[in-house]
Design a protein around this ligand. Sequence first.
Ligand SMILES: [Mg+2]
Length: 312
Amino acid sequence: MTKPVPETLANLGERGLIARMRGAMPSRADVLIGAGDDCALVAWTEREDLVLKSDPVREGHHFLPDTDSRLVGRKALARVLSDFASMGAEPRWALADLVAPADAPVSRIEGVFEGFAALAREHGVALVGGDTSCGDALELHVFCAGAVPHGRALLRSGAKPGDLLFSTGPLGDSFATGRHLTFEPRLAAGRRLRDAGAHACIDVSDGLASELWHLARESGMHLHVDLSAIPVSPTLAGRPDAIAHALGDGEDFELLFAATAPVEAEPGALPYPPAFGRVVGPAPGGAVTCSATPGGAPRPLPESGFDHFLAT
Ligand SMILES: [Mg+2]
């Protein structure tokens, strides 16, 4: 008799885990958006909704043992700020929990907080506390709170039939160029999209394919993508695997958004690339298709973005 295979995170996957936990989470009447979007939203004042987000970075997973420690601290905060950007929100206060081996050089930890503090100052974020714990490898867990004008947050669930799909910048070379450590969180772009009336938004952290599926599912829509129109990074130009990198690599931290028409980029920024897809219409549970060329035969787009558990 074969033994039943125990269910593990590796075969459940991140999405499966979140879907299962979402139904069992304790809630309150003032929770506006719980798990399932880039940040949580809570009713706060008449003018503003409270925005909450946390995220860890771990050695060997998000950075390497020899990564410049200032970039480790910077990336840990930048990832959280990118989620604030995707909602058009303003981050204000941060807490950071540090996990490190007892023999870690103090200079390495100082470097982590140097990088964190420099980015925090740039965006007006105060570091108001946190905690430390001993562990096998370096980790930094960042929690941020902030605000968005009441009822104005950009959500994953807002895509509407006829919307066009855009990215705020090129995709696919974050690992080849090391930009996953140095990217600028697109906070100004997020506010721009919010004020321009974009319908839905998500940051590209796990890969474009994965983010398209998140938008499709949360909006209950069928999205269609013209693969030849995906804005791939210029450093990948001419490479046959450029689109695969854009769809699957992740950590580009540009914003994927749905809007009725192109949006003019914020002052000082490069223009956003032209649309590469559209919202076809309602589809319960969401659907994403693609074609190799404009008007080409549609086929399903696999959700081949990065999954934190399936990839291990
Ligand atoms: Mg996100």
